[in-house]
Structures are given as structure tokens and as C-alpha cells.
Design a protein. Structure first.
Length: 95
């Protein structure tokens, strides 16, 4: 019996003025992933700040410290286009 193929998950998060919630969300996703016995290297977290008017730099830095790719959009793209931007920054092997 062969082992199941290794799979990578892309967790895409789009937010607007939601820095502390984004950090909590990223921590929660990572904790659940690890609790399920999955390898941390197989989790690809991507957060898009949808051009928040308030400075989100400290929160984006915290997300990066958690291993997330943190992207700041130049304009508010709306949810769907924000997700497309997040997907564009996800690893190509992620599902």
C-alpha cells in the first residue's frame, strides 16, 4: 500500500482594516493544520490587505513573522479580485 500523496494547502485571506483579525486568523489556521498532524511546510498562508486607509504595516510584519505572504493592494479590489491577487502569490503546488 503506497502512502497518500503529499498535498499543500493555500489558505487565502483578504482583509480591509483587519490587521489584528488577520493575525488571529493566520494563527488559528496554522494551529488547526498542525493539530491535524500536517507538516507546517505544506501550509501556504497568503494575506492581501485590500488598500486599508489605516496603516497596516505592523500587522503585515506580524503575518510575515508567522510565515505568511503579506501583500498590500494599491487599491481596494473587492473580495473576488483580492482573492485572485492572493492566489497569484500562492505557491504553484498548493491546492
Amino acid at each position: 500500500m503506497s502512502a497518500a500523496p503529499r498535498r499543500t494547502l493555500a489558505a487565502l485571506i483578504v482583509g480591509w482594516c483587519s490587521g489584528p483579525f488577520a493575525v488571529a486568523c493566520a494563527r488559528s489556521v496554522r494551529a488547526e493544520w498542525l493539530a491535524a498532524g500536517r507538516d507546517d511546510a505544506d501550509l501556504d498562508l497568503v494575506f492581501v490587505d485590500n488598500a486599508s486607509p489605516a496603516d497596516q504595516t505592523p500587522w503585515l510584519a506580524r503575518l510575515a513573522e508567522l510565515g505568511a505572504v503579506a501583500v498590500r493592494a494599491d487599491e481596494n479590489l473587492g473580495y473576488a479580485r483580492g482573492m485572485n491577487l492572493a492566489l497569484a502569490h500562492a505557491r504553484p503546488d498548493a491546492e
